[in-house]
Design a protein around this ligand. Structure first.
Ligand code: NAD
Ligand code: UGA
Length: 469
């Protein structure tokens, strides 16, 4: 069956939909790509003339947007029209953990995916390939198929009926390196039942990716591989973080242990950096979803195994606060503490599930006054993150318990402790001589990422705690 893809659209203009479609538009000048969202402010931001106002910060993204926007890349809220004229529709909406009802706290909330499938069912015309880009529980394609077919069944004549083909094409990009990951992926995974639809999607990727890296599987393997990949990555971080605690008790050094084990090819060196715990919108929710699925399918032992990864991650975050309190003489009440880094990793403005959120809340709970600096996270975002469900905690009776700082120097003035939580480059070469002129002595540096120049810090008589040694 010959079918040329001329127009594609993507429902969901978030961290995945925006960058992914921008790269497709960049690599496929003959395809018109439109990214859609119900959030009109998000679309306005994607269309902002000032590229520093784009809703997603990713190195290299602004250059692509300026090359392609309004040429073959569009951002729009006109969902009905774009669906009706697209040959291929990507679903890239959010799939967070359910907060209430059956499976609350574990299962994925599929209401956004269902709503977008219903939009597709209503407005699509003719032959349409529907691509799952969101991360979904295994067998979701079955649900999407039922929704699309039900709408079709209502249509009277054969001519009006659509033909839908469903593919699973999970995204493996990591934030902060999204453009590079999209340009040079380790693999592209396409799961499906229909050869012609798989070929059509593969052809798009073949514009810049070698065929040998485009892996074809059945739908369920593709859906489950995405959850499994995230679970394995998170498991490595929890494994190394668990050992960081043991290093602190025994005189071993976690950086040396990571290097030593990572040089074994069978283990590999990636994802072995100990830190304050993994954050980001997906690891936790995807493992929780895996746990839910295992229990649902009657595999409680498997569920328990993955539960351990989440438990260690929580432990790693909470033990950091305990260490800070203990080093600062058992109390941090009314003490000023600098927080360097609020995003969940460097090179992104995303704070979803950032370890900084829990750690800051815990420190505030202990009575500390925080001075928070992050190169890319806005004051408004921190305000939302710290106020969520915590309004009472956040205001001590006399004063506000955290301040937004616009530089490292500003954040560290008068503090007793400096806590590095994100591995931003600018924290690697801090001028400790300058900083220490204004801190209260003794000043403690807590390096939870093992990135600071500790030799320079020691020269300034900073007291140092570094993770895992
Ligand atoms: P996001 O929250 O940044 O973006 C989702 C967007 O979808 C939002 O802007 C929302 O308004 C929009 N939306 C929701 N329902 C809609 C509807 N019915 N019609 C139109 N727009 C709608 O989420 P994200 O980080 O881009 O993640 C999307 C999916 O990709 C998730 O399943 C996630 O697990 C997966 N994923 C994320 C990453 C990542 O790095 N963030 C990487 C790989 C996979
Ligand atoms: C992760 C995966 O790496 C992507 O492949 C996947 O597509 C994505 O989740 C997703 O599905 O959302 P992301 O969360 O953006 O990407 O970033 P990572 O680089 O994986 O980092 C996640 C967290 O782990 C961060 O908090 C990071 O600081 C932490 N981390 C990572 C460590 O503590 N140590 C490491 O060695 C690596």
């Amino acid at each position: 069956m010959k079918f040329e893809i001329k127009r594609i659209c993507c429902i969901g203009a978030g961290y995945v939909g925006g960058p992914t479609m921008a790269v497709i538009a960049d690599k496929c000048p003959n395809i018109i790509v439109t990214v859609l969202d119900i959030n009109s402010q998000r679309i306005l931001d994607w269309n902002d003339k000032n590229l520093s106002n784009l809703p997603v910060y990713e190195p290299g993204l602004d250059a692509i947007i300026s090359r392609c926007r309004d040429i073959n890349l569009f951002f729009s809220t006109n969902i009905k029209e774009e669906i009706s004229r697209s040959d291929m529709i990507f679903l890239s909406v959010n799939t967070p953990t359910k907060t209430k009802g059956i499976g609350a706290g574990q299962a994925s909330d599929l209401k956004w995916i269902e709503a977008s499938a219903r939009e597709v069912a209503k407005y699509a015309k003719g032959k349409t390939i529907v691509v799952e880009k969101s991360t979904l529980p295994v067998r979701t394609a079955q649900t999407i198929k039922l929704i699309l077919e039900a709408e079709n069944d209502k249509k009277s004549s054969q001519e009006n009926k659509n033909e839908f083909f469903i593919l699973s094409n999970p995204e493996f990009l990591a934030e902060g390196t999204a453009i590079n990951d999209l340009n040079n992926p380790d693999r592209v995974l396409i799961g499906g039942e229909n050869e012609f639809a798989i070929n059509a999607l593969s052809k798009i990727y073949e514009n810049w990716i070698d065929r040998s890296k485009i892996l074809r599987t059945n739908l369920w393997s593709s859906e489950l591989s995405k959850l499994t990949a995230n679970a394995f990555l998170a498991q490595r971080i929890s494994s190394i973080n668990s050992i960081s605690g043991l290093c602190e008790k025994t005189g071993a050094d976690i950086s040396e242990v990571s290097q030593a084990i990572g040089m074994d090819k069978r283990i590999g060196s990636f994802f072995l950096k100990a830190g304050p715990g993994f954050g980001g919108s997906c690891f936790k929710k995807d493992i929780l979803n895996l746990i839910y699925l295992c229990n649902y399918y009657g595999l409680p032992e498997v569920a328990d195994y993955w539960e351990g990864v989440i438990k260690i991650n929580q432990w790693q975050q909470s033990r950091l606060t305990e260490i800070i309190v203990s080093k600062l003489f058992g109390t941090i009440a009314e003490k000023y503490i600098a927080i360097l880094g609020f995003s969940f990793k460097s090179n992104t403005n995303d704070t979803r599930e950032s370890p900084a959120i829990n750690i800051c809340k815990d420190l505030i709970n202990e009575g500390a006054k925080l001075r928070i600096y992050d190169p890319k996270v806005s004051k408004e975002k921190i305000e939302i993150d710290l106020k969520q469900n915590e309004a009472d905690n956040l205001k001590s009776s006399e004063n506000i318990s955290w301040y937004y700082s616009s530089s490292i120097l500003d954040a560290t003035k008068g503090v007793d402790g400096i806590v590095v939580l994100t591995e931003w480059d600018e924290f690697k070469n801090i001028n400790w001589h300058e900083i220490c002129k204004y801190t209260r002595k003794p000043t403690y540096l807590f390096d939870s990422r093992n990135i600071c120049d500790l030799d320079r810090a020691k020269k300034e008589n900073l007291k140092i705690w570094k993770l895992g040694s």
